[in-house]
Design a protein around this ligand. Sequence first.
Ligand code: NAG
Ligand code: NAG
Length: 227
Amino acid sequence: MLRCSCSGVFWLLVAANGASLNTTDIYENLYANHGYHADLRLSHASSILHLLQSVAGAFDRPVLDVGCSHGLAVEKLWKMDISAIGVDIAPTAVQKARTHREFRHSLCGEFPCFQVGTATTLPFPDKSLDAIFSTDVLEHLLPEEAPAMVTEFLRVTRKMLFLKIATTTEINKQPINALKMSNRTRYQELQALHTTVWPISKWASLFATKHRRLSVFSSGDTLAIWI
Ligand SMILES: *[C@@H]1O[C@H](CO)[C@@H](O)[C@H](O)[C@H]1NC(C)=O
Ligand SMILES: *[C@@H]1O[C@H](CO)[C@@H](O)[C@H](O)[C@H]1NC(C)=O
């Protein structure tokens, strides 16, 4: 913990880089109280699901959806007979997935089909999964969390990563406005839900420079990484 006698200035700096924001609290509050991702039929994963389907023959361990929300993408993979599981930072999102999805327990490997987990602390042993995918999630990390996410994704995965990442701030301001209305003090420092807005090339180089043997490809807003 850093200490400083110039407390006013110091805390302003902490606020400016987002370090005092509690991401779990933000998304749990959105899911539990503000109708976040309330439409259980909506998923932005279809382009990535097609990519996964085309390579799934190479998998014998599950594919993980990081930021799985109410679990629709995982359920779609089960319907293609692909072994898949999900984690989400918000307990209410995980509960929705458990309540609403048609389970295929045999396609979850030795893991819970859905559980709480974050991109920087994945509850899985080293190299226990074949692939990770993630759709419109990593832009919600704080910038200082991004290097730890890269290390964590590569720790648990053996073969591939498919990551769709928004590269602009969110258009729909309704969720952040609802949060701010609910408690102005608590969410004062939150400027947008897309807390890390980087070009896809910057995400690509974060993976490429941290681990030199990876093959990193980007197209539009999607990264495909072979380990
Ligand atoms: C963040 O919020 C969660 C959920 O409200 C809470 O359980 C946790 O203790 C908070 N973490 C910190 C560091 O305040
Ligand atoms: C608003 O958030 C602050 C900080 O988390 C908390 O102490 C306070 O009780 C909250 N106010 C209400 C009305 O929930």
